[in-house]
Write a protein that binds this ligand. Sequence first.
Ligand code: E4P
Length: 223
Amino acid sequence: MKFFIDTANLDQIKEAKDLGILDGVTTNPSLMAKEGITGKENIYRHYHKICELVKGDVSAEVISTDYKGMMKEAKELAEIAENIVVKVPMIKDGIKAIAELKSLEIKTNCTLVFSAGQAILVAKAGATYISPFIGRIDDTSWDGMQLISDIFEIYSLQAYETEILAASIRSGLHIVEAAKAGADVVTCPLDAILSLLKHPLTDIGLQKFLDDHKKAQAALSKS
Ligand code: E4P
């Protein structure tokens, strides 16, 4: 399973990259706004900076919601860097744009997916990635992870090539469950990635190893 980081914050992207496990980045208009990046020129410059930092796929989302506008934006975004993946919303014109972008060999990530039916259309259109939003489904008291399992089952049976990118991840447990459900990629906030490092028995065990080593060294120097 590939690990993407779900942020537009350059420091967090660098921190995840330094860990040596980062395969790509996803952003969305809300994440760009959170960093205070506004205006087309600044936004595109920021995507360029991210693409220079990370060689893997970087998702950049269109703002238009009509076919013509999405196609124009997608072509402009794809010009920024080779590793740009154009993120397109799961709407009628979005599906049409994804199918056309595939024929132009521009990679796409279909975002805001909440049902298995939507997932079938996304794969038929030929998206590179599909982003089912786990956390937002959980927020409505439905089981977000069940959607990943359902899409995995359908895509496996039908031999669809679209990669399942589990999005709206809120915790380390979500990452583990996404891996078990067959996600190809998981995109997470930095905190969720770092939470995977933690286990109290690791800390206790490491302390004991270091104490035992220290004791053995002290005994050696006395003999
Ligand atoms: C990433 O591609 C999505 O836009 C993101 O994971 C949404 O996460 P949220 O539900 O925490 O905003």
